[in-house]
Structures are given as structure tokens and as C-alpha cells.
Design a protein around this ligand. Structure first.
Ligand SMILES: [Zn+2]
Length: 108
């Protein structure tokens, strides 16, 4: 079967290590493209990955938020779910820096 993304490689059955937000979710069987390395999972496996993410408490932690202005700075609201997951407390110092088009906020 040809890869639907690059349309060059073939899909081969492989065991893949699945990560979400840097958390290891386990090994799952997937079809992996020999050219672009894109992996595809069937609906049953996708459900298993979802269940594993829920068990780890990270399901639904990818959220959109808006940038607002406060004086000369911009304010990004961190959704409550993420605050709870990372146990962020008011007044805590975090380290913020760009990474390509991402903003990395590191809490220690
Ligand atoms: Zn491909």
C-alpha cells in the first residue's frame, strides 16, 4: 500500500513507541511509511492510544488560548487543566523561550 502523505513510500507493519506531550504511552502496532516515516494506526489502536493517554491524565491537554495585551506585554492565559496537570502555583517562576514557531514555558 502506498503512503497517502508522500505518495512515494510503502506502508509496513511496525511496532511504534507512542508519545503525547512528551509522555510515553506504550508500544502500538502501526503502518509506517518507508519514505517519510509517517505512521498510521487503525481505529482500534487509535482508541487504545486514547485510553492510555486518559490513564496518564494527559488526554485533552492540547488546547487553544488567546493572547491579550497588558501594558507593553502580552498575556497568554494557561488553561486550568494544564495548570492542574503541571501543578503551577501563582507567583512561581517559569522559564520562557522560543523554539522555532513554538513558545516553550518550562516549570521546574
Ligand atoms: Zn510517506
Amino acid at each position: 500500500m502506498k503512503c497517502p502523505i508522500c505518495e512515494k513510500g510503502n506502508l509496513e507493519k511496525q511496532e511504534i513507541k507512542e508519545y503525547m506531550f512528551g509522555v510515553y504511552l506504550g508500544k502500538f502496532s502501526a503502518e509506517v511509511c518507508t519514505n517519510c516515516n509517517e505512521s498510521f494506526t487503525d481505529s482500534e489502536t487509535t482508541k487504545k492510544i486514547e485510553e492510555s493517554a486518559k490513564k496518564e491524565g494527559i488526554w485533552g491537554l492540547g488546547l487553544t488560548t488567546k493572547i491579550t495585551k497588558a501594558g507593553n506585554s502580552s498575556v497568554i492565559r494557561i488553561p486550568k487543566k494544564i495548570v492542574k496537570y503541571l501543578k503551577l502555583k501563582e507567583g512561581k517562576e517559569v522559564y520562557i523561550h522560543p523554539d522555532g514557531n513554538k513558545i516553550i514555558i518550562e516549570s521546574s
